[in-house]
Design a protein around this ligand. Structure first.
Ligand SMILES: Cc1ncc(COP(=O)(O)O)c(C=O)c1O
Length: 415
């Protein structure tokens, strides 16, 4: 018996509203989206009634390798024959193997790893390391950045998500992204860390000036500040290199990765840091622990993610697909100048800037009718995020561009 679509959409929605999230159920009813994920495979998702769409959201990169990638499923099955979660208190063969492999894909002396379950947790640890190492309090992040909803990560983010839960904890400052002068002005002798996404997704896939990160690196070096780069969405091949920050030629002190490391199958995240930051954890290795962080089954799955990422031709394929999209976006800009303002892109980290904030949600809605899952950026709703699986093939990319063409035409006629 299939696990999918045992009940009608109405029954599923009512049960969900009763026991899971009434708010989400109401929201999606209001905006006219009745899509409930059913079968999924490769770049495609079907809803429980069988309507197929191409996933160009990928949950922010969780599905970098497509849905239910057969190699990832095989790795999970293999792991289940011998492993379980493991015991995080002890030395672990599989955490060690994954840490060795992950750091071999990092530049410089980013040679140490602590595993977590999700991105927020990994960000929290990055900030703890920075504070513990420097003995300073202040943390600077970007206005409109997003690093998760856990403790310290929440404080780096937007007010709307933290206000109901009390005042901003001391030491957190927010500056405009891409603005080196503002960053410099905010830094002082009590600044522990700067944390930034390489391409902030929730802000609207904002590609910073080419020299921005080199400037951030210089400022951090000058003031003894730990530079943390959140690669939860931009990492693991998304920007055409292993890490998005590599494309700017800059080595941060800490890289945070999550989503895609799971292969879309087993949650895992990692905080990767430079040797000199190890002191606090070496002195007290139990000062930060996570029962499920780096679960051994998940380590084996993540290792296969890294095997695929490191294969010859993988990153080249991402860059080739990115070039196809770039050409396609130029055609779309020429044929829809009234609504499509700008195509933002670094590899397959992509976003379409539209001429009106109301258009992002409308494009999302249109996508459901034209076979495409694309979600607007929460902090700039005039931008639709486009993150297809990195494994997308040329004919699938052409189908995405054709759907976008129809959606933009619909948008023009609906205004
Ligand atoms: C850039 C970035 N950082 C951190 C996070 C938090 O990750 P998680 O939801 O796994 O805690 C997210 C989640 O969307 C993200 O996009």
């Amino acid at each position: 018996m299939s696990l999918i679509g045992q009940d009608s959409k109405e029954e599923i929605t009512q049960r969900f509203a009763r026991h899971e999230s009434s708010g989400k159920a109401e929201f999606f009813a209001q905006v006219g989206v009745d899509y409930i994920f059913g079968k999924r495979e490769g770049v495609y998702v079907w809803d429980v009634e069988g309507r197929r769409i191409i996933d160009c959201h990928c949950n922010g990169g969780v599905f970098n390798l497509g849905h239910r990638n057969p190699r990832i499923i095989a790795a999970l099955k293999r792991a289940l024959e011998e492993l379980d979660i493991g015991n995080h208190h002890f030395v672990s063969e599989h955490r060690a193997l994954l840490a060795e492999r992950l750091t071999s894909l990092c530049p410089g002396d980013l040679k140490r790893v602590v595993f977590g379950v999700g991105g927020g947790e990994a960000v929290d640890l990055a900030l703890k390391l920075a504070r513990g190492h420097t003995g300073r309090l202040r943390v600077i992040s970007a206005q409109g950045g997003y690093h998760g909803h856990t403790g310290l990560a929440l404080a780096t983010g937007d007010e709307q998500y933290r206000k109901p839960f009390g005042p901003l904890p001391p030491g957190f400052l927010h500056v405009p992204f891409g603005d080196l002068a503002a960053l410099e002005a905010a830094m002082d002798g009590d600044t522990a860390a700067v944390i930034l996404e390489t391409i902030p997704a929730t802000m609207g896939i904002v590609v910073p000036p080419e020299d921005y990160f080199a400037g951030v690196r210089q400022l951090c070096d000058r003031h003894g500040v730990v530079m943390i780069i959140d690669e939860v969405q931009t990492g693991l091949g998304r920007c055409g290199d292993v890490w998005g920050i590599n494309t700017y030629g800059v080595i941060p002190d800490i890289i945070v990765t999550a989503k895609g490391l799971s292969g879309g199958i087993y949650p895992i995240s990692a905080t990767i840091y430079r040797e000199h930051l190890d002191g606090i954890l070496r002195r007290n290795p139990f000062i930060h622990v996570s029962t499920f962080g780096g679960a051994e089954v998940g380590c084996y799955v993540a290792l296969e993610v890294l095997n695929i990422l490191s294969e010859p031709g993988f990153l080249e394929h991402v860059r080739e697909m990115a070039a196809l999209f770039q050409q396609g976006f130029e055609r779309l800009r020429a044929s829809h100048p009234g609504v499509l303002v700008e195509a933002r892109q670094r590899g397959l980290m992509m976003g379409l800037k539209l001429s009106n904030p109301a258009f992002g949600p409308l494009m999302t809605l249109a996508g459901f009718h034209h076979g495409l899952l694309t979600i607007y950026a929460n902090y700039d709703q005039s931008v639709n995020q486009l993150l297809p699986p990195l494994t997308i093939q040329p004919e699938e990319a052409a189908a995405v561009l054709e759907s976008l063409d129809h959606m933009l035409t619909w948008l023009e006629h609906s205004t």
